[in-house]
Design a protein around this ligand. Sequence first.
Ligand code: HEC
Length: 178
Amino acid sequence: MSLEVNKVAAAVLTAGIAFMVTGLVGDLIVHPRKLETSALATPAAAQPAAAAAPAPAALEPISPLLAAANADNGRALAGRLCASCHNFASGGPNGVGPNLYGIVGKNHAQTAGFNYSAANRALADKPWDYEALNAFLARPATAMPGTRMAFAGISNTGQRADVIAYLRTLAATPVPLP
Ligand code: HEC
């Protein structure tokens, strides 16, 4: 009787061990790999091309806004945004950027003793008129690729008008408003 029980137990044990070993060996032989992309995904080429990013809106001209712009606010903005690099006083020093006294109407890259970028020097026969300042201050790197002015820009049109109105006051005889 107990011999029969032992035989059955041994048979069950053997079957169990055989089952485990088969599983392990199977795992060793077959390495399942995950698909890197789902075989069911639509190929990229079959998908409609993503709509091209809309071109940045053309810059609104600043000249019509200058008469009503707030030069005092522009002075405060310039103190916050520009003064770490620019001095605004007549006869003041250059800093990381050139002194900006009298910049409106002055040609590009004309302040003595400042090491301008080639990009700015290439425009040395062009004045910093209101619209040139507008474009440059909105996005320096876009308006003048290669500029050394590491400043993101003033995206707000009203603030740009205020800053430019302030720059205009930095002259014995400010350039006439447009
Ligand atoms: C991180 C420093 C930095 C900041 C901030 C900065 N600038 Fe400049 N700026 C420069 C440098 C450097 C140049 C010279 C650019 C070149 O030669 O390409 C420059 C050039 C200019 C010029 C052209 C000057 C010329 O003689 O041709 C103007 C105008 C100007 N900056 C205005 C501003 C105003 C306004 C602000 C603030 C709203 C400002 N910058 C903020 C560094 C700075």
